[in-house]
Design a binder for this molecule. Sequence first.
Ligand code: G3I
Ligand code: 9MR
Length: 661
Amino acid sequence: MTIINKFTRNKMKSKLLTITLLLITSVCFSQAIEIRYNQLGYFNDRDKIISITSKNSFSPQAFTVLDASDNVVLSGTSETVNYWSDSQEYVSKADISSINTAGAYKFQANGLEVLFNIGTDIYQSISDASLKYYYYNRASTSISATYGGIYARSMGHPDTNVRVHSSAASSARPTNTIISSPKGWYDAGDYNKYIVNSGISTYTLLAAYEHYETYYQAKTINIPETGGDLPDLLDEIKWNLDWMLTMQEPLDGGVYHKLTGLNFSGRIMPNNYNATRYVIKKSTAAALNFAAVMAMASRVYSNYETELPGYSTALINAAEAAYAWAESNPNVYFTNPAGVNTGQYGDTNVTDEFQWAAVELFITTGNTNYSNDINLLSIGNGTPSWQYTDPLALISMLYHDSAFSSSDINTAKNIFLSTADALKNQVDNSAMNITMGTSNDYVWGSNGVASNQVILLIRAYEITNDSSYLDSAYVAMDYLLGRNGTGYCYVSGFGDISPVNPHHRISDSDGVTAPIPGMLCGGPNPGRQDGCSGYINTSKAGSYVDSWCSYASNEVTINWNAPLAYGLNALNFYQNGASLSVNDFDLSDTTLTVYPNPTQGEFDLKSTRKIESVTVYNAIGKIVHTTTSSHIKLPNIQDGLYFLRVNTEDNRTYVKKLLKR
Ligand code: G3I
Ligand code: 9MR
């Protein structure tokens, strides 16, 4: 009896132990599984991927998607589990692309639930915020509550009293000469201004404008210049161009590498920073970045000669002088002079900067001196960065293809597409379905890499018309917004979990709990050069920590936000009016007239050709009306800018601007 009792007790004990173990295992197991998703949501009629991840291998998971009324709209099982070495995790894909009705949804798997949206406007406010960041990062101005809300602050750095550092001295400007070098954007979390990094950042924003002009003509971001003569984005870019222009020494055309104090400042607001600031040493890289950006800006602002008389000419003159300086000083590589400890942005290979500047100068001037300097064989593929600008040359060439011979364009296309193809393949076939990981992508500022890869896919779509590139670009953007190795949406103020302690001095010291929204943090960086504690893990895609301490993974900069802004706005544009491509515009056509224009809603089209159909688009490219009549009544459309696409019987297409007010 005793034995039986003992036996029974032991049996019960072991049963209890088994149940406990099972429970522990299942709890651990369920906790070990995570759902990684685009926390901003998914677009109607685009691919929608949710990734189920775990440190341990697991079986494909049953999942359910419910709508806002808890009706099951989709249930299924996730796909084959694959190992993703970059985050040292196992991943299984849940494809929910078949849901195409806008609304709020729940995704459930393994006892977990996440909420997400589907719609057409999911990137509306984040795309605005990604641009507004530049306003918040302006030097030499206060931010008023009208434009900055709770982020209003006093003016920092007038920069009207800047000294020429001994490393930058010339006979015309000896050491300690005082020059004025106001405006510009602070580079990042620090308060310094660096020409090289301004180069790619300003290029990327100018490219966004050049490639999607109609979209940006209508985009307002509530800055002091809003409502003025220029589109907001061009006003914002001009704030930085005006500063860059002051960095050129007028006599010789050389360009100072940076404007900084001798050291990084403490954790203070910009108006409390009183250290002397210097322009420091000219460099070839600075001259060439400057030349490329000024040349490009000259052609973009040439459309605003009435509003800014002489500006475009001043820009191209500055570009040519800087290029000439670089040709005479081809290998002045920048390193910090003794006693200067701010960011270096050093580069000992400027072949790519030369090519980029030559391309931009040739496109703008048509001068064969510049095309003679273009050597396509020296231009490489890959993802652009502040240090590697060949891809920028390719992007500009391929956009302005008519300026080049068809054989050069073919060569450029092949180089460019070799990268885009690798990225597309990575989206299709990597365990996580993202672009990252084809080369050394997890560097300081890896989120800048991921954002630039989205641009490459978008441009590949534009130059080939192959929509599979665009499809990949939409999926690739998920990485920055939550479907990644950490589960963070890396843009401050957006998503369910996003950086709250970015290495951004203003956000750190302004007394407002929430960081300035719309800032993309640097992202995973296994180099972990800041030595901070708290990194999520040490894997390539997991080396991230949301702490002030971590300038190597959690700083924000103008060169990472620019490709984010380009990508978000471009994807927004394609979603809401893909058929309106800027290449379609012929605003100069005079055989077609629209009157009255501005209109109150009723207007006529007159043409020497027979009009077959008319499509009316709003400013973001969304169709608001189609008709075959040339007398159009739209009294109920909102005031603002519209575009009319007019097809004539002889198969011509014209696009006209229309202002309703
Ligand atoms: O050039 C080498 C390359 O040859 C080598 O293969 C590779 C191996 O990792 O390293 C390359 O150098 C890296 C360099 O960036 C160029 O990519 C360094 O390791 C890396 O530490 C360096 O990081 C830069 C960082 O400053 C430190 O200099 C970042 O790209 C750059 O974005 C960052 O910029 C700072 C500014 O200095 C100051 N303002 C804030 C800004 C953002 O944190
Ligand atoms: O704050 C600085 C950041 O903007 C730079 O990107 C980073 C790397 O150059 O350096 C940061 O400053 C740190 C300095 O290098 C070392 N001491 C701590 C500083 C941050 O608090």
